[in-house]
Design a protein. Structure first.
Lengths: 160, 488, 101
């Protein structure tokens, strides 16, 4: 289990670095799929099977297909290196330092290595119970969110 | 938890009415002939009024709903009225605009209503997941509205910048919320405040979580380090949309800041106070200073909107500093937002008219001599600018007055002084536009066509509101105090 | 043997940092969008890890909402990119510069 975690985590981080450093958008998209799948492995280790499957089916399957489709459609080529945006130089460095410090802080201080409780029963049934009881309003309202997204995608992408 | 009851639905009545009306407009659009598309605007307006009526009726049934996801309290009710007002004024101001700029009606009104729905959900939400979803609905609707003039590259660009930076900010907010959940095991604001007020329950990670969440919300209200998108988006978006997005998402985000930072996370006192204090200072100063150099009216109003966010933050810092007597500060913030909504929406929809077809004339110089050709329009714009700068007898004056008074009562003398100096500086750039209209001869390039009547009605309504708040503020202050009462 | 929660948080923070760097340094709008997806995934790791830690499903339900939102944002973003490409023939953020950035 532990070894599987380390493998999945290292693959996820390396692939994420690849997404950002890679100059060809298609490779970035494919590497993002690798990230998503290794995260699915980690969700399985955490006992969240439902999220793991959603991650593969919806995220890696549906959303990423959309990305790849658009990249192909627009025929986006290698990006010529720019001189780096102003914003990056001003904010990037300090932000990086802050968040690296945060890793240390979070790991070191807040959640000392207490053994995790046994995996919880998080099958679709348990999630469905919660979604349709405690979180029924957010769940219903999500339909408005999706309606807005559909409407917006049509409005933006259709020819005038 | 108890199963869903009819009462739960009554407590989200305005949102239900708005969303249903939006769907009705969307479905009806293909059946409405091209000549009668304005009818969709009236349907939407009826929806907004009905939602307002629902909001009024709902007052008898206040309380939490849907297992504590949302609350129907005076605070939510106040903000729902405010958002509906902003939506109604925007709607009236955009009827003719859409015709002259050949923008699709149905989708525009539907998105406007859905965006308002999202904002209403945000202000009523008492649960972080619900806040997040409301925020996303209102944000995504406004991203699309900002890009509504698809043939115009400036509009495309505004939409893109708003979208990219907005999603980035939302991601920060989510990361912060995830940590808050991790530290407390709950996303419900009431339980959150109970958990955090326990002694020794304020770990350093909470500070990081707070800062992350503040970045996300600070973006929506354009506080200074996170304001870079504001001028570009306000300038590039269609002017009536700018009117809406300078008020509705902003007011809703302020409501969330009040609920989260002064309610749920109230026990993380000092850090929240300094966050508010520093961003108030930076936002006021930078907004006003940058506005001094602007020649484009939309950009000028954008920086002025940033500066106004700074004054609102002064009121919030005052509320935070006052501890148990936070009521005065919160009420001053609520009053300020109402005045701001009236002034800003009206100013932007008037600019939308003046800019003419394709929004070609946005420069202050385009208004040169407008007072001689269209004295009524010029007088209207002058009154709005005068109110924005905070002259006595207008809403802007009392808005600032109450905020400053709350700040002094909370012993924030330094911050108040800076705020007063800032308001003096601000007079200069507002009056520059007035000077261009009155003092200089010339042919205005800005559209000199008469005001269409819906726009005229919207302006009349806002001016009446502005003078009412400016001359008889007391009843309204009482209302704001009542609305501030649910927060500790 | 199980992995203590702070390792998951460290992984999440790593992905978050990579995503932030990506948003701030890349020019291609599509890649910026992917970097935002990375940040949202970092959020999800945290949520699921906390869900395990508290032994409650709430965090996972939250993660589902985040995934839904990611889908909505991706749809809007990609629609927008198509509209933009039609008008300007570029997908680079800094070539979109009519307004001062």
């Amino acid at each position: 289990m532990v070894i599987l975690f380390y493998i999945a985590a290292i693959v996820a981080i390396l692939a994420a670095l690849g997404v950002v450093l890679q100059k060809t958008p298609v490779y970035s998209a494919l590497l993002l799929i690798v990230v998503l799948c290794s995260l699915a492995v980690i969700y399985l280790l955490l006992g969240a099977e439902f999220i793991a499957f959603i991650q593969v089916i919806v995220y890696a399957g549906a959303i990423m297909v959309l990305f790849v489709l658009v990249i192909m459609l627009l025929n986006a080529r290698r990006e010529t290196p720019g001189q780096g945006s102003r914003m990056a130089r001003w904010l990037g460095g300090p932000l990086l330092v802050v968040f690296l410090a945060e890793i240390v802080l979070a790991a070191w201080r807040q959640f000392p290595g207490a053994a995790s409780p046994p995996p919880l029963n998080a099958g679709p049934a348990a999630i469905g119970q919660l979604l349709f009881r405690s979180y029924v309003l957010p769940f219903e309202v999500t339909s408005i969110l999706i309606l807005v997204a559909i409407l917006g995608a049509v409005v933006l992408a259709k020819k005038s | 938890m108890t199963p869903v009851q009819a009462l739960d639905f009554i407590r989200v009545l305005p949102e239900i009415v708005l969303a249903s009306c939006a769907i009705l407009v969307m479905v009806a659009e293909p059946f409405v002939s091209a000549r009668h598309t304005a009818a969709l605007a009236w349907v939407s307006l009826i929806g907004i009024v009905a939602a307002g009526a629902g909001n009024a009726w709902m007052r008898r049934f206040s309380g939490p709903a849907f297992g504590g996801s949302i609350a129907a309290d005076p605070f939510a009710s106040y903000f729902v009225y405010l958002l509906l007002l902003a939506a109604a004024l925007t709607l009236l101001g955009s009827v003719r605009y859409l015709e002259t700029n050949q923008v699709h009606h149905g989708e525009f009104y539907a998105l406007l209503l859905l965006g308002t729905t999202g904002a209403c959900l945000m202000v009523a939400a008492t649960e972080l997941i619900m806040i997040f979803i409301g925020l996303e609905i209102s944000s995504i609707s406004t991203y699309i509205l900002a890009g509504f003039r698809r043939a115009d590259k400036r509009s495309n660009e505004a939409c893109l910048k708003y979208f990219l930076l907005g999603s980035f900010a939302t991601a920060f907010l989510l990361y912060g919320i995830a940590f808050i959940y991790g530290l407390t095991g709950t996303t419900n604001l009431v339980q959150l405040s109970e958990k955090l007020s326990a002694p020794g329950a304020r770990p350093p990670l909470l500070w990081i979580a707070l800062i992350l969440a503040f970045v996300g919300l600070g973006f929506k209200v354009s506080t200074v380090p996170f304001h870079i998108w504001t001028p570009d988006v306000y300038q590039g978006a269609p002017a009536p949309v700018t009117a809406f997005l300078s008020v509705a998402p902003k007011a809703a985000a302020f409501a969330v800041i009040l609920r989260v930072f002064l309610g749920g996370l109230a026990s993380a006192g000092a850090l929240v106070f300094w966050l508010l204090w520093i961003s108030a200072l930076l936002t006021m100063c930078l907004g006003n200073l940058a506005a001094l150099w602007q020649t484009n009216i939309k950009r000028l109003l954008a920086y002025s909107a940033i500066a106004h966010a700074g004054y609102v933050l002064v009121g919030m810092a005052a509320a935070k500093a006052a501890g148990p007597e936070a009521g005065e500060g919160i009420a001053s913030v609520l009053f300020y937002l109402a005045a701001y909504a009236l002034m800003n929406v009206a100013a932007f929809i008037l600019v939308a008219h003046l800019a003419g077809a394709g929004e070609r004339y946005q420069e202050a110089d385009d208004c040169t001599g407008l007072a001689y050709q269209r004295p009524g329009v010029a007088a209207c714009l002058t009154l709005l600018l005068v109110s924005l700068s905070g002259f006595p007898a207008t809403a802007g004056f009392f808005a600032k007055f109450y905020v400053f008074r709350a700040a002094i009562h909370a012993h924030l003398i330094g911050l108040t002084l800076v705020a007063v100096l800032n308001s003096v500086v601000a007079v200069y750039y507002y009056l520059r536009v007035v000077v261009a209209m009155y003092m200089r001869e010339g042919n205005p390039r800005a559209s000199a066509s008469p005001l269409p009547w819906p726009l005229g009605a919207a302006l009349a309504l806002s001016l009446v509101g502005i003078f009412y708040l400016g001359l008889f503020p007391t009843p309204f202050v009482r209302l704001a105090n009542l609305a501030a009462s649910p927060l500790p | 043997m199980t992995i203590p929660p702070h390792w998951y948080l460290a992984l999440g923070t790593g992905l978050f940092t990579v995503g932030v760097v990506g948003v701030l340094t890349r020019r291609n709008v599509i890649v910026i969008l992917m970097s935002i997806e990375l940040i949202l995934n970092a959020v999800n790791i945290n949520l699921v890890a906390f869900s395990r830690m508290f032994h409650s499903v709430d965090g996972q339900v939250f993660a589902i909402f985040v995934i839904t939102d990611a889908a909505a944002e991706a749809a809007i973003g990609l629609g927008l990119i198509i509209a933009l490409f039609r008008n300007k023939e570029t997908v680079n953020a800094d070539e979109i510069d009519l307004l001062k950035w």
